[in-house]
Design a protein around this ligand. Structure first.
Ligand code: ZN
Ligand code: ZN
Length: 504
């Protein structure tokens, strides 16, 4: 029996049909990009590869200022649909088209036909897995361009892209340096501190305790500043330290600033993007410790109107350090409440280092009468408190008296005293010394002629000082905001009432 051997239609022996696409500048000065040069270059490049079959060079003329018509590109797409092309060579994304959306549309359509585009500068084939990532990035460019009309973002990204720098690595952060490719590489010295931060949090230390530790060790942030709670918090929330990366966590806005992405552009989470500094176990442990603290603070923390009915201990809590009453404070966007030393709040930390008791803690205590609260000296996140009755506290302590030294009434101490006036009646503001030596400036009109003459203004000296330096006379107005807060504003315009008086 004769066996006919059929040659397998394997990829072996099959040569890919490869073409090139270029945009040719009509600018005569750009000799190296002339059409002849480019055709010669691609012809040579493709024909020198034995696996390739030369399928020609397609091109369009790039005429600046005109809406681009692209007969070359259209022809190439038609030929690709007809199976005449397997792979397209092109210089780079920006040389393919000025508008990223065009590149993206063409790449996607070709990809469906299983035709790849090879971008030489980026060294990426759209059919490869890297190419998939690149198309994603291109989609983001296109979206950013169309949504914000942002030429700035496009320019910054594309310039980076042209230089072969992955765009996701525009950002910098403490703990990492970058290699010549722009990839994150752990910085040995800083990485030690990152690990330490995560370990301390996992052990229950508070963010402020960690910030203190960093400052005491003389470590500076990547911006060369000292550490505060929020810098530590940002480090703990950054997945970069476990080796992951969120592309487009930040993006470049119209003002060419790198800003936080709040849904303006798509973001992608990339796992194992670069070498981690903290293990996934440690990262999780730290997050658990933080969650534990949040849960503790969230416990029964529905905030009601602050009345004695809702908070029977209101007015009965005191600071054991200075004896001042604790007053409530609502924070974390209205989600949490605490009782804080009013002495520190009013007179500063020289007077009392303060005390801050979460309302959730007070709720669990059983007591009647006034109590004096102290805090166990600990740097852990979840604090321990103890409290004593007023009688036993008073036996051992005395309430601290705050007396501020009042600066003498001289022009040197109050250089503005002649230029501040009431915006309502135009009267001069005069100095008044309150209990404890706090200084306020009050409308002299009201003071002398009563509330029917002028409702008056009372402004703390520190606010006046914040308005300075001012060279002209200013007229100050006081407004009551919600929650009894006061706002002050000033203008250089004399009130009408005062002007009329002068004329009359
Ligand atoms: Zn206090
Ligand atoms: Zn007045």
């Amino acid at each position: 029996m004769e066996i006919q051997v059929l040659e397998a239609r394997s990829s072996k022996g099959y040569r890919k049909k490869v073409c090139a696409y270029c945009r040719v500048s009509t600018d005569a000065l750009e000799q190296e990009n002339s059409l002849e040069n480019q055709i010669a270059y691609y012809e040579n490049l493709i024909q020198s590869n034995p696996e390739y079959e030369y399928a020609g060079v397609y091109y369009d003329f790039a005429i600046s200022g005109y809406k681009e018509k692209r007969p070359g590109l259209q022809k190439m797409l038609t030929d690709a649909r007809n199976g005449k092309i397997d792979l397209i060579y092109t210089k780079s994304v920006s040389r393919f088209a000025r508008n990223t959306a065009i590149v993206l549309k063409a790449s996607r359509e070709l990809k469906e036909l299983n035709v790849g585009i090879f971008f030489e500068l980026q060294n990426i084939n759209t059919l490869s897995s890297q190419g998939e990532l690149m198309l994603t990035i291109l989609a983001a460019f296109a979206q950013a361009e169309s949504e914000s009309g942002s030429i700035g973002a496009k320019m910054v990204y594309q310039r980076k892209y042209e230089q072969g720098i992955p765009v996701q690595y525009l950002e910098r952060c403490f703990g990492y340096t970058k290699n010549e490719k722009g990839e994150f590489v752990p910085d040995t010295e800083q990485a030690k501190w990152i690990v330490k931060i995560y370990e301390m949090v996992a052990e229950g230390y508070s963010l402020s305790a960690i910030a203190d530790e960093m400052n005491a060790a003389g470590v500076k942030t990547d911006k060369g500043a000292g550490w505060v709670e929020s810098t530590v918090k940002r480090i703990l929330e950054n997945e970069i330290y476990k080796g992951d990366y969120i592309m487009h966590k930040n993006y470049v806005n119209e003002e060419r600033k790198l800003v936080r992405n709040r849904g303006e552009v798509d973001a992608w989470y990339i796992e194992d993007d670069h070498p981690p500094i903290v293990s996934r176990q440690l990262w999780d442990k730290a997050q658990e410790a933080r969650k534990k603290k949040r849960d503790y603070l969230d416990m029964d923390c529905q905030i009601r109107e602050v009345t004695e009915e809702n908070y029977p201990y209101k007015g009965r809590l005191f600071c054991a350090k200075c004896g001042s009453p604790l007053t409530h404070r609502i924070y974390s966007n209205g989600n949490r409440m605490s009782w804080d030393c009013s002495g520190r709040r009013r007179h500063g930390k020289d007077f009392c280092t303060g005390i801050h008791v979460p309302d959730t803690a007070v709720r669990q205590w059983k007591f009647d009468g006034n109590i004096y609260i102290s805090i166990k000296d600990s740097r852990k996140s979840i604090k321990e408190f103890s409290y004593t009755k007023e009688s036993s506290w008073s036996r051992r302590h005395k309430k601290k008296e705050f007396v501020r030294e009042v600066p003498e009434f001289t022009e040197e101490n109050y250089p503005y005293y002649r230029s501040i006036f009431c915006a309502e009646c135009g009267s001069r503001l005069v100095r008044h010394i309150k209990k404890h030596g706090d200084i306020v400036w009050e409308c002299n009109g009201r003071k002398r002629k009563g509330a029917t003459y002028c409702e008056g203004v009372r402004i703390p000296d520190r606010v006046v000082q914040a308005f300075m330096p001012i060279r002209k006379a200013i007229y100050i107005k006081e407004r009551k905001g919600r929650n009894g807060t006061k706002h002050y504003s000033y203008s250089c315009k004399k009130p009408e009432r005062a002007t009329r008086k002068e004329q009359g």
